[in-house]
Design a protein around this ligand. Structure first.
Ligand code: ZN
Length: 81
C-alpha cells in the first residue's frame, strides 16, 4: 500500500509497534488494509505479505495490542506482581 508518517508529538511517550511482528515503529510505517478491512500498521513492506500468509485479522491485532498495553500499564504503576 504506502508509507505513512507516524505523527507523534515530542512529549508523547506512547510507542508504536508493528501490528504484524511487534517491532518498534519509528517515524513512519507501512500502511495496508488487513483481511477485515481495517488499517494495519507495519514496520516494513514485507510484513504485508507475512500478514496475508498468516491471515492476521485486525480484530486479533487490537486484542493483542490491548493486552500488551494493559501489561505495559501494570509495569509502570510501580507495583510488582
Ligand atoms: Zn513488522
Amino acid at each position: 500500500m504506502s508509507w505513512r508518517e507516524l505523527k507523534t508529538s515530542w512529549h508523547d511517550t506512547d510507542v508504536a509497534n508493528c501490528d504484524v511482528c511487534g517491532n518498534l515503529i519509528v517515524r513512519r510505517y507501512w500502511s495496508f488494509i488487513g483481511g477485515d478491512g481495517q488499517e494495519v500498521r507495519a514496520c516494513r513492506e514485507d510484513d504485508e505479505r507475512l500478514a496475508q500468509r498468516l491471515g492476521i485479522r485486525t480484530t486479533e491485532i487490537e486484542a493483542a495490542r490491548a493486552a500488551w498495553q494493559a501489561r505495559a500499564g501494570e509495569a509502570t504503576d510501580g507495583t510488582i506482581t
